[in-house]
Each structure stands twice: as C-alpha cells, then as structure tokens.
Design a binder for this molecule. Structure first.
Ligand code: PLP
Length: 387
C-alpha cells in the first residue's frame, strides 16, 4: 500500500518540535499579543519576498479578504478559472460579485492569458488566476492586461508555496497572494490557517482594517472579518516553515523521477516552462480511460487522487452562473482525464519507482486504447512524449 497522502509521516518527523511549540504558545499568558502570529507573518513575508503578510484562519478567508480589500462587491465581475479548487469561486460569490470563467492553457493547465481580454466588461474589477498543482500561471501577460484595464490581480497560491515564475515568488507578482495552510498543503498547520501577502503597504493596511476589531478608525467602509489565525496554528507553522525548502526539493525530486520513469509513455502532463519552479503540490497525468486507471492502480494498492473531477462551472451548486457543457473545453477535458500520483516528502526512496511501474502497466493498456480511439481528435495537443 502506498497512500496518496500520509500526514502522520510528516508529524513523525517534526512532532516533538511541534509539541514543544504548542506548549509554549499555550503557556504564553500574553497570547493576545499574537507573538507566534507576528513571528510567522514576518517569516512568511520574507519567504514570499514581499513587504506584508496577514496570517488568517484559512485559504478561503485569505481569498475573501483580498477580494474585499480590492473593493470587489455586488455588481462586480472577477475573471477566474474553473479548473481549480472551489474556494476562489465561492469567495467571489460571498463578496456579492460574479465569477467569470476563462479556459486554461492545454500545456500548463493554468489560466490562458489569450482569453482574458474578451472576458473583460465594464463590471470587471479583478483577475484571479490559480497556480494549479504548484505551477504558477503565466503572470507577465496577466499583469500587463490587468494594468492596461486598471484591474486588481489576486493570485490563488494555495497550492504554490515557494513556486517561482521568472525569479519571482508565488504571491509576490499580483496585488495580493492568497495561501492556505490546510494540513495537506505543501506548508500545513494542524487545522485551518491561511495568509494574504502583498508588497503594497496600502493594500496591507486595508487587509488589517478588515481584520482588526480594535481598530480605532471606524470610518472605514469595510465589514469586519473575524478571520485571524490563532496562536497554536501559528506556532505549528513557525516550526514547519523551517522545513519547507527541504520538503519542496523532495517533492521536486520525486516529480523528476516520475518524469524520467514515465517519459517513454503516451501520457500527457502539464509542462512547466523552464522559467518556472513547479513545487508539485500535485503530480498529475492525463489518461484516456481514467476509470480503468483508477481501478488498476487501486488494485495495486496505489493511492491516487482526482483534483477535481467536475470543473466548477458544471457543478450543480453553480448552475445559476449559466454555463453549459462545452463552454470551457480544455478544463472539461482535463477534469475527465486526469489523476494525480502520490507525491510527498516522506515517500520512502523505493516508493516512487513502485508507483511508476504500476502506471507503466496502466499506460500499456492506454496505448492500445489510443490506437483504437479515433474519436480522440480535437484541438487539444495529442498525447505525446514530453519535450
Ligand atoms: C486548499 C485550497 C484553497 C482553500 O484553502 P482552505 O485553507 O482550505 O480554505 C483555495 N484554493 C486552492 C487552489 C486550494 O488548493
């Protein structure tokens, strides 16, 4: 058995440090000073290479705060992607605004910048790309479109702690970067936690106005949010942030091994451009017959994940947005065909090789399917060997 994720394994490696940190946080009589939270905010801002960080109680809260601080409200539209975890879309709706989806690029699986301009209207207030699976979206064209149209850019970086695009860290390019420290993320607390980062002090001030209930200046128009991080979660994160670089490198070397061992097969993967540092929150593959692959890998004791099987624009809870099958063909196709392999720093040295061997067996079947499946013809790039 190789589980898709093994959080206990991580707790075994840093558990005693965490126990001590939690005990310290609990014993600190002046926990209202937010000693742990402030220390973490400073560290995480440094890690992202930005001036300001507000630690909060989840990635979803981080997204909502960034949207509110960008002035997003009823009547506004926010351009985002459907090929993502649902939190960003839900946050846009919770601000009273409307999400407008654009399709993703078939090579990187992130927001396709060529589609953004056609989606802009006089109601658009922000663009919210996601760094899916740990690979940053193509930020240069996104930023230049946003600047040309006077729009905010909010990065959903919840899967991309430490990812890099052209020498710049995830969260540091847009006006805001939003992170989650849910336990299964690359940097995870032991419960709910998240952060909003920004390099612009004025925007940081707006976020802290939203967060600080003792704020003297009550003239601000913001609704107050009780979304701050608690000291215990911050204490856990202060321990784990010391390990994030080593953990990320471990993920990257497992990904490199998968790439190598699967390179000769007819499987499609997102291809990171060379200026990106992909941090592999998820290692994803496309398979023609995913159900068969799931069954075969399941029988072999390999834990696999699907993130996410139904694109947001086709989920029943979002029918009111008015999208139909076929509106976002690349996102829909990826949602049908991709699955993710186990990738976490605590995998034992022999385990990625075992996983790759099982995937090779599945892919042999795939190749046969590929040859007989003449319906598999559309504008998506053909299954092929990676460059
Ligand atoms: C996990 C995640 C979130 C939400 O974070 P929570 O801390 O669970 O609220 C948002 N966006 C993406 C891409 C995520 O993976």
């Amino acid at each position: 058995m190789i589980p898709f994720l093994d959080l206990k394994a991580q707790t075994r490696t840093v558990g005693s440090q965490i126990d001590a940190a939690i005990a310290r946080a609990i014993r600190d009589e002046r926990s209202t000073w937010r000693r742990e939270a402030r220390a973490f905010e400073k560290r995480f801002a440094d890690y992202c290479n930005v001036a300001c960080c507000s630690a909060v109680n989840s990635g979803a809260s981080a997204l909502r705060l960034a949207l509110l601080a960008a002035g997003v409200g009823p009547g506004n539209e926010v351009i985002t992607v459907s090929m993502n975890f649902v939190a960003a879309t839900a946050a846009i709706i919770s601000c009273g605004a409307t999400p407008v989806f654009v399709d993703v690029d078939p090579v990187t699986w992130t927001m396709n910048p060529a589609l953004i301009e056609a989606a802009i209207t006089n109601k658009t207030r922000a663009i919210l790309p996601a760094h899916l699976h740990g690979l940053m979206a193509d930020m240069d064209p996104i930023m230049s479109i946003a600047r040309r149209h006077g729009l905010f850019v909010i990065e959903d970086a919840a899967q991309a702690h430490g990812a890099v695009y052209k020498s710049r860290r995830a969260g540091s390019i847009g006006d805001f970067g939003c992170f989650s420290f849910y336990p299964d993320k690359n940097l995870g607390a032991h419960g709910e936690a998240g952060a909003v980062v920004t390099d612009q002090p004025e925007l940081a001030r707006r976020v802290s106005l939203l967060l600080d209930r003792t704020q003297e200046d009550r003239s601000h128009v913001f609704a107050r949010c009780d979304d701050r991080i608690d000291e215990v979660q911050a204490a856990v994160l202060n321990v784990k942030i010391e390990h994030i670089e080593a953990w990320t490198e471990a993920r990257r070397s497992i990904a490199a091994q998968y790439d190598r061992e699967l390179s000769s097969l007819a499987l499609a993967r997102p291809r990171p451009p060379s200026h990106n540092r992909h941090v592999y929150h998820i290692y994803a593959l496309r398979l023609l017959d995913r159900d068969q692959a799931l069954a075969m890998l399941g029988r072999a004791g390999i834990g696999v994940g699907i993130h996410y099987p139904v694109p947001i624009h086709l989920q029943p809870s979002y029918v009111e947005l008015g999208y139909r099958v076929g509106d976002l063909p690349v996102s829909e196709r990826l949602a049908r065909e991709f699955l993710s392999l186990p990738i976490y720093p605590e995998l034992l040295p022999e385990q990625p090789g075992i996983v790759a061997a099982e995937v090779r067996k599945v892919a042999t079947q795939e190749t046969r399917l590929f040859q007989s499946n003449w319906a598999f013809q559309d504008k998506m790039p053909r299954y092929g060997r990676l460059a």
